[in-house]
Design a binder for this molecule. Sequence first.
Ligand code: ZN
Length: 180
Amino acid sequence: MAILPIVTYNDPILLERTESVKENSDELQELIDDMFETMYNAAGVGLAAPQIGQKLQLFVMDADPMTEDSDQLDLGPMVMINPEIVSTGGELVGYEEGCLSIPEVRDEVKRPERVELKWLNREFEERQQEFTGWVSRVIQHEYDHLQGKLFLDHLSAFRRRLHRKKLSTIDARSEERRVG
Ligand code: ZN
């Protein structure tokens, strides 16, 4: 297993749409293992393929429900291949989010409380389930990555402006990385 470099803000791949995963393969299984390794190493709860430079409809997550999330069992590590949101529902709930690709920036994002997702697990078996609370939020955040969307896109222009300075530092960093 390997820890992969995480793509940061302003790398164009984070804004692109992803392609569906066509078939299971040893390479795919290895990529999934590496994504878990990378996510745990960065102390993240979810990681989407574009964040490690892969334009694929794939994300991994290990989102222990928050203690107040008594309605959601601990799901353990999960792999979502070609996920589709079937429906969302419930109230819009605001909660502070961050992103491994946007270090040091956090803000409150409003998302629907419930999400029903259809996906393939790492054995390529079809799954469909409804999630609530914290797990639902992580799923919606990672799903956004597959659409080329970041949590910043949910913020008002005013809130985004407040983060401008920090965001420009991230740009500078990725510039350096490209040069060096
Ligand atoms: Zn993210």
